[in-house]
Design a protein around this ligand. Structure first.
Ligand code: ZN
Length: 287
C-alpha cells in the first residue's frame, strides 16, 4: 500500500472520531437534523476514499508496469552491453593469437655465420662448468613394438623403441618453431642403406667386417634422415641421425643454451659437441 493510503485512512478515522465526539457527545437517542447533515457531509469523503482506492490501485499498477518496462529495458541494455563486451574480448583474444602467430612467423633463425659465432661465444665463456654425472639406468624390459611408415617407399616399419623416435620428432618441431628450415624423414632400413651409400660412400655396412660402431652409422629398423639449411637458396644438408643425442646439442645451440641434460640427467656442454653439430648441419664451426 502506498503512503497516501495511510494518510487517507488516518483522515477518514479522524472524521469518524470527530463525528462521534462532536455529534454523539450528548446521549441523544434521536438523530437531529444537524447530526444527519454532518454524517451526510462525511459521506462524500467515504465515497471519495472508496473511489480513490481502486483509482490509486490503477495508477499504482500503471506505475508498476512502467517500472517493470524500465527494468526490462535496463536488463535488455545490460545484456546488450554484456554481449558487446564478450564480442570485444573474443576479438581481442583473436587478435592476440594472430599477433602471436605473426611473431612466430617473424622469428628469424640464425644464419650459418651467426650459428658459428654463437658457438664460439658459448665456448669463450669462462664460467666454470658444473658437471652432473647422472645415473645410469638399465632397463631389463624390451621396448614396446611400434609401427611407422617409410616416407620414401611407403613400407610398414616395425620397430622397438621407448621414446627415441618421438623425442626426435619433438625436437625437430621445436627447431621449426624457432624458425629454422629443418625437417626429418623417417625411412626403412632398405631406403636408409641407399642414402647411406650416397651420403657416406666410405662408410662400412654393419654386415661387413671391420664395421666400427663409433665411426660407421648403424642402421636400425627405423631410421631418421635429418634435413638442415640456413638459406632457401641452398640445398639441404642431410644426415642419417637415428639417435636423439644427435639432435640435442643442435637444439641447444639454436636455443642459445650452453648445456643440456641427457635423460639420465648427465650434463653435456654444447661447445664439446662440435663434431655432432658439424655432422648435423654441414657447417664447419672451426673451434
Ligand atoms: Zn623405405
Amino acid at each position: 500500500m502506498a503512503w497516501y493510503y495511510y494518510i487517507l485512512i488516518f483522515w477518514l478515522l479522524s472524521v469518524v472520531i470527530m463525528l462521534c465526539v462532536r455529534v454523539f457527545q450528548k446521549n441523544s437517542e434521536k438523530l437531529t437534523f444537524k447530526q444527519a447533515l454532518m454524517i451526510i457531509g462525511a459521506a462524500p469523503f467515504i465515497v471519495l476514499f472508496l473511489c480513490i482506492l481502486p483509482i490509486g490501485n490503477f495508477f499504482e499498477r500503471r506505475a508498476d508496469k512502467k517500472k517493470q518496462r524500465e527494468r526490462e529495458e535496463k536488463e535488455f541494455e545490460e545484456i546488450k552491453l554484456k554481449v558487446a563486451e564478450n564480442k570485444r574480448r573474443s576479438e581481442l583474444r583473436k587478435k592476440s593469437i594472430e599477433q602471436k602467430n605473426t611473431n612466430n612467423m617473424a622469428k628469424k633463425p640464425l644464419s650459418k655465420e651467426e650459428l658459428v659465432a654463437r658457438l664460439k661465444a658459448i665456448a669463450a665463456d669462462e664460467t666454470p662448468k658444473v658437471r652432473h654425472q647422472g645415473a645410469m639406468c638399465y632397463s631389463v624390459m624390451e621396448p614396446p613394438e611400434k609401427h611407422s611408415k617409410c616416407e620414401l617407399c611407403g613400407n610398414d616399419i616395425s620397430y622397438h623403441d621407448w621414446d627415441n623416435h618421438e623425442s626426435i620428432i619433438k625436437m625437430v618441431n621445436e627447431m621449426i618453431e624457432l624458425g629454422y628450415d629443418v625437417k626429418v624423414v623417417t625411412v626403412c632400413k632398405k631406403c636408409a642403406e641407399n642414402i647411406k651409400k650416397e651420403l657416406y660412400p666410405n662408410m662400412k655396412s654393419q654386415d661387413e667386417d671391420g664395421f666400427d660402431h663409433f665411426k660407421d652409422i648403424w642402421l636400425s629398423d627405423i631410421n631418421e634422415i635429418f634435413y638442415f639449411r640456413t638459406s632457401s637458396d641452398t640445398e639441404y644438408h642431410r644426415a642419417i641421425a637415428n639417435h636423439q643425442y644427435k639432435y640435442k646439442p643442435l637444439l641447444c645451440l639454436m636455443q642459445n643454451k650452453p648445456h643440456y641434460f641427457s635423460s639420465q640427467m648427465r650434463s653435456h656442454f654444447v661447445d664439446e659437441e662440435v663434431e655432432t653439430l658439424e655432422f648435423m648441419t654441414g657447417i664447419k664451426f672451426d673451434i
